[in-house]
Design a protein. Structure first.
Length: 73
């Protein structure tokens, strides 16, 4: 089974939150530690990975909400 990286973050809690969002939509995800353990509050690099067939849906679920441009311009 091959996995692809959706995003990397310096905070494991952020990756865990995204993993929970994906799990709520029945998308398998895993977290991979990319660096050393945290030191004095600095996080270690962490990757969030999904299966290739779930990539597009997962990206939509974890992407920021786009604001509509003001019609006043």
């Amino acid at each position: 089974m091959s996995w692809i990286t959706l995003t990397t973050t310096s905070f494991r809690w952020e990756a865990e939150l995204m993993q929970q969002i994906l799990a709520a939509h029945h998308i398998q995800a895993r977290i991979v530690d990319l660096g050393v353990t945290s030191y004095l509050g600095a996080g270690s690099a962490t990757a969030l990975q999904v299966l290739p067939e779930d990539r597009e849906t997962a990206l939509l679920l974890i992407s920021p909400i786009e604001k509509e441009p003001n019609s006043d311009d």
